[in-house]
Design a binder for this molecule. Sequence first.
Ligand SMILES: [Zn+2]
Length: 457
Amino acid sequence: MLLNWKQAVSDIPVAVRLRGAHALLMIIAAIAMVLVSAPTVSAADVDAVRLWRAPDHTRVVLDLSGATDFSTLSLENPERFVVDLSQSRLSASLTSLPLEGTPISRVRSGIRQGTDLRLVFDLSASVRTSVFLLPPNDTTGHRVVIDLFDKTPTAEPKPVLSVESLEGRRDIVIAIDPGHGGEDPGASGPGGLREKTVVLQIARRLENQLAKIPGFKPMLVRTGDYYVSLKNRRDKARALEADLFVSIHADAFREKSAHGASVYALSMRGATSTTAQYLADTENAADLVGGVELAEMDPMLAGVLADLSMTGTLDASLNLGALILEQIDGVARLHKKRVEQAGFAVLKSPDVPSLLIETGFISNPGEAERLATPAYQDKMARAIRRGIQSWFARQPPPGTLLAWQREQGGREVTIAAGDTLSEIAERYGVTVASIKTNNGLSRDVIYVGQTLVIPEA
Ligand SMILES: [Zn+2]
């Protein structure tokens, strides 16, 4: 039935009538537009532009309201990188991007061919680029990821060859991997607490503690707020020729009551518990959130697990994990009393013993509060460090300072000003009592220049 306009409008109250009339005009306008611009392609809005700086590249992420196509163009003199998005428009500001420390001096936008969005990155240095689309996931919608790699990348950190290492007394390299980062915040807790932030803080504390111990060289796999793919994390550990890879996390579970720290190793078969399976699934999804091109995503576990060297690496991981768990037991509640196993992609190195430590559940309000405090972070780092120390004191890799000291029948330390017995015990991962027994000390008094023999841990 067709109503005459006046008749239709007079039946409804005035306020609504105005809106109704407006809506009708909009519909007419919309029909007119469709007729003019047909055939139409659904347009995408760029709702946000975000930027992260990593040591060797800069990542820009465009959040889109829908899928779109893109094309790119590199221009020289001056250096520029151009990204064109078809049927798109910019609904976000480009002025507050943190460009400091990046090769981007300015980002400009314009309309091209009436409908396309053009983004121009003015560059102060030439870069290698990679641009890709990411489909929506649980937390984000369609994204365009623009990676600008430095052409003179900061050299991959290599263990420093010291005089000792030339004489077969190298340092034991510990690759510390703070989980998540950048686009991927990891789990979230009360008050906006982010896993990526907490785990970087704990990792830094662990790095500081290990750096003070003769014979250990800690290296961080991630040093700031940017994403590193799961495969790249493993590759970095291997490039460092790490003796151990330890990935630090603080995760979430469906039930807020889930609590306790746990230590995980890779599983050759299924997961040892439903929590382990759930966490492995969550962690393995990081590449989807953090933004990794499909081609770079991990192939399945099968290939690596067929490698027999994995068996030895896995045994070492499990035994070392048990020692860390023992130490954490005194600091935090444990989720499980043994090292659990699941198919964590980040632990797939065939030749580097690898562990993933969940320092607690950030989804548990009580634990989240503790995890955010420096004192607790220090305690957690100390527990992990002690576990690592006692493992390598028992099984020093050949050619290391620790192996050499062990061959010499012990370790000697000459007391310097400011040294205390408890600090020395801490440094070598032994007890004050064992140092006293070993050196025939009846009191806690030591003096500068005194030589003590440190017992085996
Ligand atoms: Zn995590």
